[in-house]
Design a protein around this ligand. Structure first.
Ligand code: UDP
Length: 348
């Protein structure tokens, strides 16, 4: 399991890819596989852990200096062949996929981000070197022509680790990165329109301060709109579980949206704009509501009593639970490993 070099696995706070890697790795170990986790220092796992660089790089995400160093050390470990690997599962951005035809071990690459003009060109050129896995059908809709995934597999969650709460407190929740696409400012408008207090939680990453200062901070009054910063662990889970609903007023082709799954696991309905994978994660009128704009989001708050918390959790357990996802990845690994090596994979 080749994790990125940026953040330890599991992440202590923000870290979407690292959280997926962690949950999937533990599920594969539980299912009896011998897994080596190649990752950033500070990582913990039931798998054999091999940290490759001297430090993690949370503030230098996507810097090729660190990604290429990390991946080249990983390839040296894989080539050493002790133990001999059957499959490499890469979550690492771009370097490992671009060089996958240099490995003798076949590689499965999960695409965690959206296809943009630049990444579509990259995948059109290098995608044939590995078995590709998408994380939603919405994500794959923007793939370059002819590029086929081995499968589309949801991101996993350890459902039982999230508390189901059926009687909610009186607040709505928005949680995520402080960027316009994720819509914290639209969540504020929707909550004010509904007359229900809003809790905002999240990280302000480098480059996001100006947006936060102009669009979010002026509305924080500690009462109708509260900002609690980055949340982790028990506090985060309690915040998800207590909310009447998670607001997801996204305006971009969100390739997955882990926060929606986390809310549903706690029996918390999701009110989302119908963009990207929201179509696949929110079953309208069953696990929440898909609404087109801010006034409709406010209006949907009045209909939340129609949603049963237990149905939200049952949907997540059936579609995204770690064991379900690990079984799907086992099938993907087998179909890719059936081709004897990555060099051969690149030729077929
Ligand atoms: N997250 C967190 N603390 C925060 C804000 C976010 O742990 O204060 C986590 C959140 O629980 C989720 C991830 O960060 O697991 C965000 O993933 P998502 O797919 O929703 O969005 P991305 O930022 O990857 O587009």
């Amino acid at each position: 399991m080749l994790a990125p070099p940026w953040i330890p696995v599991p992440p202590s706070g923000y870290g979407g890819v690292e959280s997926v890697v962690s949950v999937l790795t533990e599920a594969l170990v539980d299912r009896g596989h011998a897994v080596t986790l190649l990752c950033a220092p500070g990582s913990r796992s039931g798998a054999r852990v091999l940290a490759l660089l001297d430090e993690s790089h949370p503030d230098e995400i996507e810097r090729s200096l660190y990604e290429s160093d990390h991946v080249s050390r990983a390839f040296a470990e894989i080539d050493r062949g002790t133990p001999e690997f059957d499959i490499v599962h890469d979550h690492c951005g771009f370097t490992a996929l671009a060089m996958a035809d240099r490995l003798d071990v076949p590689l499965v690459h999960t695409l965690h981000g959206p296809f943009t003009t630049a990444t579509a060109t990259f995948y059109a050129h290098h995608g044939h070197k590995a078995g590709l896995v998408g994380i939603s059908r919405a994500q794959w809709a923007s793939a370059p022509p002819g590029l086929e995934p081995v499968d589309v597999i949801a991101n996993p969650i350890e459902t039982d680790a999230w508390p189901l709460r059926e009687h909610k407190a009186d607040y709505l929740l928005w949680i995520g990165r402080m960027v316009a696409e994720k819509g914290p400012h639209r969540a504020i408008a929707a909550a004010l329109g509904a007359g229900v207090p809003l809790v905002l939680a999240g990280v302000i990453q480098p480059g996001q301060q100006a947006f936060f200062d102009s669009e979010v901070a002026p509305h924080i009054d500690g009462d109708r709109v509260r900002f609690v910063g980055e949340v982790t662990g028990f506090v985060k889970r309690s915040l998800f579980a207590g909310a009447r609903a998670l607001l997801v007023p996204i305006r971009w082709e969100e390739p997955f949206g882990m926060v929606m799954v986390e809310a549903l696991a706690c029996g918390t309905p999701v009110i989302a704009f119908p963009e990207g994978a929201a179509h696949e994660l929110v079953v309208d009128a069953t696990t929440g509501f898909l609404v087109n704009d801010v006034p409709a989001m406010s209006a949907a708050v009045d209909r939340l009593s129609q949603i049963a918390p237990r149905e939200c959790r049952a949907w997540v357990a059936a579609h995204c639970d770690a064991d379900v996802v690990a079984a799907a990845y086992e099938r993907a690994y087998r179909s890719v490993a059936a081709v004897c090596g990555a060099r051969d994979f690149a030729r077929v």
